[in-house]
Write a protein that binds this ligand. Structure first.
Ligand code: SF4
Length: 226
């Protein structure tokens, strides 16, 4: 049964001791064990955000929680290959998918710059959505993604007061690639065209590794994970 919602004030007071204990227990756990812990702890008030660069986290999470709510931020600027990956994932996993779209007059990157565009098309829609119905969310952030993510904890409280769980935080590149091969995970075909990281088409270029191809190196995060 899903635990009752946790009031925002209580979320913000959630003790550091509880987080520290969760991080201690989960630091060497497998991604599946971390997802299982989060699902037990938060039930239906847990969502998963997916960028559809591949379906590793979806594959792991739906094995434990087949009906977990998967959230995709449709910025209006995704590559056709990314939208195709969403369709393929729907067919394979029968996802409980929610697609969030920006307001019709949302800032765009050309007129307003990438900070305002990411804020209007990614950060604000997700903030509104999570605040309305969730206590916790799963993200696919890994420490190996980028030096700026090297300190990513397994569990933290984000700036919204929600619990953010990163089940893949301690997964290395080799382990990640092994999981993709062994589980025949769906991979965005742009990865085979030299895109190590995949975001919106105006802001993504091919790159050999990490997030160097995002925003022409001018920034490395859109604001979702800050
Ligand atoms: S990645 Fe680029 S196009 Fe996508 S929301 Fe951010 S600034 Fe806009």
């Amino acid at each position: 049964m899903t635990p009752p919602p946790i009031p925002v004030a209580l979320r913000r007071r959630r003790g550091q001791a509880e987080l520290d204990e969760a991080n201690r227990r989960l630091e060497h756990a497998t991604p599946a064990e971390i997802v299982a812990w989060a699902h037990r702890r938060f039930g239906r008030r847990l969502a998963l955000t997916a960028s559809f660069a591949d379906t590793v986290l979806i594959d792991i999470a739906t094995s434990t929680a087949p009906d977990i709510e998967v959230v995709f931020l449709d910025t209006g600027f995704h590559f056709a290959e990314t939208l195709s990956t969403v369709r393929r994932a729907m067919e394979r996993y029968r996802l409980n998918l929610t697609v969030l779209r920006p307001d019709a007059d949302a800032a765009d990157v050309w007129a307003s710059g990438s900070e305002a565009c990411c804020a209007a098309r990614k950060v604000e829609p997700l903030d509104r959505y999570l605040a309305a119905g969730f206590d916790a969310w799963l993200s696919g952030v890994r420490r190996a993604d980028h030096p700026g993510r090297a300190g990513t904890p397994i569990v933290s409280v984000d700036r919204r007061g929600l619990v953010k769980v990163n089940p893949l935080a301690n997964v290395t590149d080799d382990e990640y690639e092994r999981y993709v091969a062994e589980h025949d995970v769906i991979v965005n075909t742009l990865a085979f065209d030299g895109y190590a990281s995949i975001g919106c088409w105006p802001c993504t270029e091919p790159s050999a590794e990490g997030r160097a191809g995002r925003w022409a190196g001018a920034k490395t995060e859109c604001g979702l994970h800050l």
